[in-house]
Design a protein around this ligand. Structure first.
Ligand SMILES: Cc1cc2nc3c(=O)[nH]c(=O)nc-3n(C[C@H](O)[C@H](O)[C@H](O)COP(=O)(O)OP(=O)(O)OC[C@H]3O[C@@H](n4cnc5c(N)ncnc54)[C@H](O)[C@@H]3O)c2cc1C
Ligand SMILES: *[C@@H]1O[C@H](CO)[C@@H](O)[C@H](O)[C@H]1NC(C)=O
Ligand SMILES: *[C@@H]1O[C@H](CO)[C@@H](O)[C@H](O)[C@H]1NC(C)=O
Ligand SMILES: *[C@@H]1O[C@H](CO)[C@@H](O)[C@H](O)[C@H]1NC(C)=O
Ligand SMILES: *[C@@H]1O[C@H](CO)[C@@H](O)[C@H](O)[C@H]1NC(C)=O
Length: 590
């Protein structure tokens, strides 16, 4: 069974790859311009965004193109000066030789695409940065409701859990996680891969009952409730998705509890995506923000010959210019609502819905101090956990956003690792806080039991900030980190126009580096199959067989509201929307 020490490492945890079909090697990338004579028609593909999804799309496009002997020319546009998007590192003490993950920090061996890439690219794995103190506690704003020492023996940890929560509920939870994850894993395999409709796959793979219910409802329907769900599962959804189990859907809840063995790449996870981009042979336009997309020729709305014209702004000039190459395919690989792109009328055949995202404050800092025992209602520092996850207090309501943090006020605090301050040569600790609001000096003063002056919250590179103890270095950042992921049974599908693809619908289903990379790979496959004239990505028909290329007709989808409001429901409501042509699927008995 899994131990709560894995809670911290649960985020990316998803994929138990056992299928040998998946290990099938795709021919290596042909380096250089080995474009042959047979096919002079080169597909011009634009990818907007070089995060997990866009990088993976480029990398897999190149692989599939080599495998099937078709020509693609890939151009990636990236607004920032780096590859990786929400996967990025920062340098504590502004020392370039030190790196800490600011965004996506962990994945598991069974995240097939990432794990395989790490091996292929010769990157090195390391333990995630949570190891400097083996003690973990769950705080409800008043008291520590659970504590465990992950350096103690396996059996003693097990005993500790069983003593507090019994054996059946943890076991049942574990079984449910395994079952749900194994359903999801089929999405990597034929006939479920590739896919034109995420909504369809949610039904095909019997995952709609998980996405259509809150974590709490989904657990209850599976006979899991009480203190274990409230403490352990909820601490896990809060650290991974900044959301309580009464709000987050069941699939993300399972992901947050998914298997152990989390890992990270030495020097930063972003290197996986950097290598993917390098291997793709794409032209990469950094510091280049796409500002608009339109048909290249007016009147070419004729979908068979659609070619797109992009305009982009380079950060150095701020000038909005037309990109010289016209594109056959566009892959929009970032949440559209944050992309600041003007898409001309008629280009999108499916409306891309706005999705409510979590606004998460991630604060990393260094300090010579350890937490004050008094903050957690403890007598002395012996029992102090380095990692403090949180759950709701007795009188807290399971709302979302700032109120959702409850009396604890934050989602997690972890002591990442010990570092030597280059200025003082003294050992200090690096901490990370996830919170719904800005961390205040008042909060830090209470946390450490020392006066943290108001002046310490200076800009990251402000020299004065380095001088002020007890916080020796400070880096605050705000992310639109992931969707709030309230229950829903329809999702934004990846094809949104003629030859126009969108990856971020995946985020409302499961938001991780791996799943977004999977969507990038899926889109790459759909494009290459389209070039080959092969119908793929079809849906399962009523008798269970696959009808290749068959388009899912959904009232809400084709009306241009695919993942629309109709698909979102409030917690507590039984999901009503169901794709009309699908077989009856038993939803969880709520
Ligand atoms: C704090 C935090 C912790 C997380 N922890 C984990 C974790 O431990 N494990 C895990 O697997 N996942 C984790 N996640 C989630 C994970 O980071 C995301 O799911 C994933 O990285 C998203 O990848 P993406 O490619 O879809 O989007 P992004 O990474 O957001 O990439 C989109 C890219 O598009 C670019 N872009 C946007 N607009 C334009 C434009 N107009 N023109 C050009 N470029 C543009 C952006 O600059 C960005 O680089 C975490 C996320 C956060 C914020
Ligand atoms: C590929 O795209 C780049 C720019 O994005 C362009 O400079 C180059 O000429 C294109 N190559 C081919 C073979 O079309
Ligand atoms: C991008 O911009 C940054 C500064 O904002 C600069 O340091 C970097 O060299 C630029 N990179 C490219 C490829 O233009
Ligand atoms: C993950 O990668 C390692 C090599 O880094 C490999 O030995 C292992 O088999 C991979 N795991 C899976 C599940 O693919
Ligand atoms: C929770 O909600 C109830 C009913 O709306 C309200 O009375 C109570 O004050 C709320 N609790 C907190 C801590 O906000």
């Amino acid at each position: 069974m899994r131990l709560p020490c894995d809670l911290q490492s649960a985020a990316a945890a998803l994929l138990l790859f056992t299928s040998p079909a998946l290990a099938r090697r795709i021919p290596d990338v042909i380096e250089g311009d080995n474009l042959d004579d047979k096919d002079t028609s080169v597909r011009q593909v634009a990818i907007i965004g070089a995060g997990a999804a866009g990088s993976s799309a480029a990398y897999h496009l190149r692989k599939y193109a080599a495998q099937y002997n078709v020509n693609v020319n890939i151009t990636i546009f990236e607004k920032t000066d780096h590859i990786g998007g929400r996967t990025l590192t920062i340098n504590p003490y502004d020392d370039p030789s030190l790196r800490l993950e600011l965004g996506a920090s962990i994945f598991i061996e069974k995240n097939y695409i990432l794990n395989q890439s790490v091996e292929e690219f010769g990157l090195r794995k390391k333990d995630p940065d949570v190891g400097s103190d083996p003690k973990m506690g769950i705080w409800d704003g008043e008291k520590l409701v659970f504590e465990i020492d992950t350096s103690s023996s396996w059996i003693s940890q097990l005993w500790h859990i069983v003593w507090k929560y019994g054996i059946r509920t943890p076991k049942r939870t574990n079984d449910l996680v395994q079952e749900t994850v194994s359903k999801f894993l089929r999405m990597y395999e034929e006939p479920y891969f590739p896919f034109k409709s995420l909504t369809q796959r949610a039904y095909d793979l019997d995952l709609a009952p998980a996405t259509g219910a809150t974590g709490e409802e989904f657990l209850k329907a599976n006979n899991i409730y009480g203190a274990y769900a409230h403490d352990i599962v909820q601490a896990s959804t809060r650290v991974n998705y900044a959301t309580n189990i009464g709000r987050l859907h069941g699939l993300d809840t399972m992901v947050a509890m998914a298997p152990a063995g989390a890992t990270a790449v030495q020097g930063g996870n972003w290197q996986i995506f950097q290598k993917m981009v390098e291997r793709s042979g794409a032209t990469i336009m950094l510091n280049t923000s796409v500002s608009s997309i339109s048909f290249a020729k007016t009147g070419s709305e004729d979908t068979t010959s659609a070619r797109y014209r992009l305009r982009a702004i380079h950060s150095s000039s701020q000038e909005d210019t037309s990109y010289p190459v016209e594109f056959d395919n566009v892959i929009l690989a970032n949440p559209y609502q944050f992309s600041d792109i003007n898409i001309a009328d008629g280009v999108l055949e499916t409306h891309i819905d706005e999705i409510p995202y979590v606004r998460l404050h991630v604060t990393i800092f260094t300090s010579p101090f350890r937490y004050s025992p008094g903050f957690f209602g403890l007598e002395n520092s012996k029992a102090l956990p380095g990692t403090v996850l949180t759950t709701l207090g007795k009188t807290d309501n399971a709302t979302s956003g700032v109120a959702g943090a409850g009396s604890a006020g934050f989602f997690s605090i972890s002591m990442l690792r010990k570092l030597v301050n280059p200025k003082t040569q003294k050992e200090e600790y690096a901490y990370k806080i996830f919170s719904p609001e800005k961390v205040t000096p008042e909060f830090l003063s209470r946390l450490f039991g020392v006066k943290v002056p108001e002046t310490f919250i200076a800009e990251p590179n402000d020299q004065s900030s380095a001088e002020v103890s007890p916080i020796s270095w400070y880096y605050p950042h705000v992310f639109y980190s992931y969707p709030k992921a309230e229950p829903r049974v329809t999702f934004q599908d990846p094809i949104v126009g003629a030859g126009f693809y969108y990856t971020s619908g995946m985020e409302s289903f499961i938001s991780t580096m791996e799943t977004n990379a999977l969507m990038g790979k899926n889109v790459a496959r759909l494009i290459v199959d389209d070039m080959r004239g092969v119908e793929s990505g079809g849906v399962q028909s009523h008798d269970g067989s696959l009808a290749p290329g068959q388009q899912l007709k959904m009232t809400c989808d084709r009306a241009g509201r695919g993942a629309g409001k109709g698909g979102v429901r409030k917690a507590g409501e039984v999901p009503k929307t169901r794709p009309t042509e699908l077989p009856e699927m038993p939803l969880v008995d709520l």
